[in-house]
Design a protein around this ligand. Sequence first.
Ligand SMILES: Nc1ncnc2c1ncn2[C@@H]1O[C@H](COP(=O)(O)OP(=O)(O)O)[C@@H](O)[C@H]1O
Ligand SMILES: [Mg+2]
Length: 247
Amino acid sequence: MLAIERLSKQFGGVKAVQHVDLDVRQNEILGLIGPNGSGKSTIVNLVTGVFPPTEGRVRFKDGDITGWPPHRVLAAGVGRTFQSIRLFGGLTVWQNLWVAQNAQSEGGRGVLRRWLAVDRASMTKIEATLEFCRLLDKKDELASNLAFGDQRRLELARTLAAEPDLLLLDEPAAGMNAAEIEDLRERLLALKRRGKTIVLIEHHMELVMTVAERVAVLNFGQKIAEGRPAAVQDDERVREAYLGQRR
Ligand SMILES: Nc1ncnc2c1ncn2[C@@H]1O[C@H](COP(=O)(O)OP(=O)(O)O)[C@@H](O)[C@H]1O
Ligand SMILES: [Mg+2]
């Protein structure tokens, strides 16, 4: 579904991503792990068009999307969450979803025009997404007033509102407590049952190892291992990469 080929990104002298090949299969949950600074977020940024790669290609559903701007990548069906939460704090939960639902066309332009014409179908979709993310009872609260775990949930809901086929989730469990992580685990498995494809970047090993069918490991911008979670966990290079990085 997503094919990354020899993808590289250099920031000045820093080789953030170096010749990474990665295939994401339709309807799988692929774990993408690696120590801090290993290039995980950069890969998400390269795929979603935040900046162009120095080298390499990104293919999605057999089309070449390398260098496409973010709104076009989103419209093609690739959604992402951010490692640091990015919500419209001054808007309500519902409004955050509405903006997300309408943001993929025209790079977000024309949003105000459509604000006046919220149709029943999009309202129903927003409410269904909020219900799925267990936020329906908080739909009129300002995003900035939500507890941290709910802000993370809203970040996911916002991404789902654009109805992407592929979700790139950048550390969605960061800062969550055990109950919230358990809830996230259920959401991820439910999304998979609904046919979504997910790339899960996560430091929370237990979560990755229990939901991902395959795991790819980055270290210093290079892919050092890939395979079934148990095999990757036992891989000597992976253990070395994580030495001193354990929480
Ligand atoms: N926009 C940027 N400008 C300069 N350097 C960056 C930028 N984004 C990431 N880097 C650098 O690239 C490397 C990989 O970072 P990142 O992809 O954020 O790692 P991870 O998400 O695995 O922690 C790091 O050395 C980081 O400092
Ligand atoms: Mg990161």
